[in-house]
Design a protein around this ligand. Structure first.
Ligand SMILES: [Zn+2]
Length: 168
C-alpha cells in the first residue's frame, strides 16, 4: 500500500482488527522506507472468499477457474456460455452465503455436477470423471451405470468415454 508520507509501496502490517459492525478491517501499517505508520481500511467485499482444497490448502476463490473447468467439460456441447455463467453465479452465491467465507472444493464440485447432470449428460460425465477421480471411484462407476441404464437407446449414439477425457 502506498505510504501517504513518502509514497513508498512496501509496508508491514503491525495490527489488524475488524470494525465493530464487522463490515471492514482496519490495519495499522508501517512504511518500510520511512518507518511512519498509517491506517488502511478494507471492506469485507474485498477480502477474498477461500476454497479449501482436499489436502487442506486454501486458495482464493476464483470465478475464472470455475468457468474454465465448466468450459472444458462442455466443449463442443450444446451449452451456452450464459448457462455456464449462471452455474458460476450459483457457486458464487453459495460461497458468499457460507459463514466462514470459505467453501470446500468438493462442495463446489458437487454443485457443478448437479447442475451439469440436469443440463447435459456428456458434460456431466466429463466433469465427473475429472472431479471424482480424486473423490470416490466406486461412486463414479455406480453413477455411470445409472446414466447408461437411463439412456434411451438411439442408433449410432456415442457413449461417453470418461477415461479418455481425464486431464491433469
Ligand atoms: Zn513512507
Amino acid at each position: 500500500m502506498l505510504c501517504p508520507f513518502c509514497a513508498h509501496v512496501e509496508d508491514k502490517v503491525v495490527d489488524s482488527r475488524e470494525s465493530k459492525e464487522g463490515d471492514s478491517i482496519r490495519r495499522r501499517r508501517e512504511c518500510l522506507n520511512c518507518g511512519r505508520r498509517f491506517t488502511s481500511y478494507e471492506r469485507i467485499d474485498e477480502i477474498p472468499y477461500m476454497v479449501v482444497k482436499k489436502d487442506g490448502r486454501r486458495e482464493a476463490y476464483d470465478r475464472n477457474k470455475v468457468l474454465a473447468g465448466l468450459f472444458r467439460a462442455c466443449e463442443k456441447r450444446p451449452i451456452s456460455a450464459a448457462q455456464l455463467e449462471s452455474i458460476a453465479d450459483q457457486i458464487e452465491k453459495v460461497v458468499q452465503d457460507s459463514s466462514d467465507r470459505e467453501l470446500s472444493a468438493s462442495e463446489i464440485g458437487k454443485i457443478i455436477m448437479r447442475r451439469l447432470k440436469a443440463l447435459d449428460k456428456v458434460a456431466y460425465v466429463r466433469f465427473a470423471s475429472v472431479y471424482l477421480e480424486f473423490e470416490d471411484v466406486t461412486e463414479f462407476m455406480s453413477e455411470l451405470k445409472n446414466l447408461v441404464r437411463s439412456r434411451v437407446p438411439r442408433p449410432k449414439a456415442k457413449r461417453p468415454k470418461p477415461k479418455g477425457n481425464r486431464k491433469r
